[in-house]
Write a protein that binds this ligand. Sequence first.
Ligand code: MRU
Length: 368
Amino acid sequence: MLIKSKPYRTIWSHPDDSTITQIIDQRKLPHEFIIVDLATVAYFCTAIKDMYVRGAGLIGATAGFAMYTAALQSRDAHFAEDIQQFARELSATRPTAKNLVWAIERQLTAMAACSSVQEKRDKGLEVATAIADEDALFCKQIGEHGVALIKEISKRKNGQPVNILTHCNAGWLAFVDYGSATAPIYQANNDGIAVHVWVDETRPWLQGARLTAWELKEEGIPHTLIADNTGGHLMQHGMVDLVIVGTDRTTFTGDVANKIGTYLKALAAYDNNVPFYVALPSSTFDWQIEDGVKDIPIEKRDGDEINKITGRAENGEMITVLVPPENTESANYSFDVTPARLVTGLITERGIVAANQDAILNLYPEKR
Ligand code: MRU
């Protein structure tokens, strides 16, 4: 996607040295654009845990490159033992995002099929690149399928802007390119369909205010930032035509784990007959967990993310301020689960499908 008219992905190999992976430090956006070099597994772990990179697909792609680095760092004589240890360290960084373990396991399986250590290392780079390319391709295909929903509403409204509400950032910054929830929106914009996006600010980390608002601005998509609690009111007054969100893990039965607050949006959408769609590449499906509410692990993050806010002061300096009384105890649940019954449909790289086991397994018969 474009940043100041220049095309970027969110992760790539250093053009002069493939042992270095480059990322955009999302903690600094939208006010500073900083590229960071990652060349050790420890730094990859920090980058994932502390959210230099975040979002389902990008966490997976970063884990893919981290496993290549792990192969480079593993000792020749103790390769099997070292690579497993690195895999464990990486897996522990973010518990909810399925793409993390999916990418690590894909790398371990591919490396296990190689005989020499050098072959395993070469394979590591090949698979990391394939994961990133596939993520971008799948998101593009999500856009191509999802745009039909927007087109239909636009027709019904005689070309008046289609109002789409989204939560968190399931944009290109959360993937390698295009995004999941945003891909149909970008596709609609390319097709000349008028759209307007309601952007939930997404407390506490403010992915909506900081990232979604920024990437929509860079892409020239009309949008309005709203406080998280506004969606229900807008839906009651016919100001939302469609909700599209992303997901960090979706069960094969259609339960959707996504950024905290998504469940409340789904309830409001259900009560107001607003279609509620979830966009995801198949790498985000969990083919083992049946009951998402009961069994998807929910990440709890540091309370400081709630108690403190960082932003740019009028003098241009980045500052962090404390909001509640000092030492206030806060509970920072990072995700919630929306049960399948509240989800109108899933937009995947293979097409749009109902959020239930039969429909999902019909679309992915190889997972039966
Ligand atoms: O904690 P984050 O920022 O990694 O959360 C992930 C998200 O960006 C959202 O939950 C998103 O809607 C799904 S990931 C594409």
